[in-house]
Design a protein around this ligand. Structure first.
Ligand code: 5RP
Length: 219
């Protein structure tokens, strides 16, 4: 019987346990795939030194399992960061932020020595941009940034009724074809009022694990 997307997420989340180093602090992503990883991590929770979470939602799930969640400012080193993505190309450049947690995700990814991205095979693309690119924006700059994004060729859509963990808003940018992700990430970073954009290309994933019908492979 064919595997469902959920079963592929479970398989890839379990495979990421191999990257968990004993007695170190683990960075934890956000979303349904990361949730499966949290649930599997609970099985080996006594072997790790603690976690840093990329969202309030993940922190709550970790605590429910009795896994310690630390403040990043009190942590020297994160050995590995495990998180999902909305899209990955073959260079391990990612689009993230479908769940709106992109800013804290990018911070934890920046600190981590290794970034292991866990996706099901539907997330692998040739060109990034079919999934609308999330951009976290300071609320008063929303219209200004939206106009700048239109000038860059995108179609920004305000994610209505959504406020990030940092008190900001999200613009989801449709209609992009992102050929040079590191360059476009920097262009977006330079827009005044943008807190974070969902391209993870200047610091790509170090390992992308892909759950597919035939098992888990590495990009
Ligand atoms: C949240 C993210 C997630 O990693 C991304 O949305 C993938 O989610 P899922 O594992 O539920 O498909 O970036 O901000």
């Amino acid at each position: 019987m064919a595997m469902t997307q959920d079963e592929m997420k479970q398989a890839v989340a379990r495979a990421a346990l191999e990257y968990v180093e004993a007695d170190t602090i683990i960075g934890i992503g956000t979303g349904s795939t990361a949730n499966y990883f949290i649930d599997y991590l609970a099985e080996i929770k006594t072997s790790i030194a603690g976690t840093v979470a990329s969202s309030e939602a993940s922190a709550e799930r970790l605590r429910k399992h009795g896994i310690e969640v630390l403040d990043l400012n009190n942590v020297g080193e994160i050995s590995v960061y495990v998180d999902g993505a909305d899209e990955t190309n073959r260079q391990a450049h990612l689009v993230k932020g479908g769940g709106g947690a992109l800013t804290r995700e990018k911070i934890v990814a920046a600190v981590a020595k290794k970034f292991v991205c866990i996706v099901d095979s539907t997330k692998v693309v040739d060109v990034l941009g079919a999934f609308p690119l999330p951009i976290e924006v300071i609320p008063m700059a929303r219209s200004y940034v939206a106009r700048r994004l239109v000038a860059l060729g995108g179609e920004p859509v305000y994610r209505e009724g959504f406020v990030t963990d940092n008190g900001n808003v999200i613009l989801d940018v449709h209609g992009l074809q992102i050929d040079n992700a590191p360059e476009f990430e920097q262009i977006l970073n330079n827009l005044t009022g943008v807190v974070t954009n969902g391209l993870f290309a200047m610091r790509p994933a170090d390992v992308v694990l892909i759950g597919s019908e035939t098992g888990v492979t590495t990009l």
